[in-house]
Design a protein around this ligand. Structure first.
Ligand code: GRF
Length: 187
């Protein structure tokens, strides 16, 4: 088997997707070589530490140092898995076509500024939509606007709360993200 492909995972929140990716590394021939966070106190950072993954703190005034560090670690693909900071243009350029994001809606619906976490699921419920889902896409300089890679639908139940919907969408995101990573790495 060829050497595992190296990923950097960017996180700001709970890190459940990070955990899922870490649990699925060996079966899918990839390796997480760095976790980058915008929030040192995020639960995702504790997960990264307990997984023995190197953690880097994101500082938007030190992007070229971050790019150097990621290339030293050999990171071929950046995966944004619940990362809440705007990605500076110099980083999207350095990783053009090699940076992906997962978003908890069927883009282009419910994307853009302010559409993250429970806000997305509240908006879906308020609109009375009967289905939602998740989307992976390449990252460009504009929030949630890069080329869509894969989407998975999730139906909305009559008695859903934003929290229950979020939970089901996160589960759908796991498989959708894994399929996306395999697809992108295979070219
Ligand atoms: C996911 O729903 C992802 O789409 C969004 O943030 C959530 C991350 O969840 N951008 P977690 O921090 O991995 O639990």
């Amino acid at each position: 088997m060829s050497a595992p492909d190296k990923l950097a995972v960017f996180v700001s929140g709970e890190g459940s997707l990070l955990q899922f990716l870490a649990d699925n590394q060996s079966g899918n021939n990839f390796e997480i070589v760095a976790v980058v966070t915008s929030r040192a106190s995020a639960p995702a950072v504790q997960r990264a530490e307990s997984l023995d993954l190197p953690v880097l703190i994101f500082d938007s005034s030190k992007v070229s140092e971050l790019v150097d560090e990621l290339s030293q670690q050999g990171a071929e693909l950046i995966v944004l898995a619940g990362f809440l900071k705007k990605i500076p243009d110099s980083l999207t350029k350095a990783y053009s076509g090699r940076m992906i994001n997962t978003h908890p809606s069927l883009l282009p619906k419910y994307g853009g500024k302010g559409m993250y976490g429970l806000n997305v699921h509240k908006a879906v419920l308020e609109a009375g939509d009967s289905e939602t889902g998740c989307t992976t896409h390449f990252v460009t300089e504009n929030y949630d606007e890069g080329e869509i890679i894969l989407q998975q639908k999730v139906s909305v139940n009559e008695n859903d709360s934003p929290e229950s919907l979020q939970q089901r969408v996160k589960l759908a995101e796991q498989e959708n993200l894994l399929e996306t990573i395999k697809k992108v790495l295979q070219g």
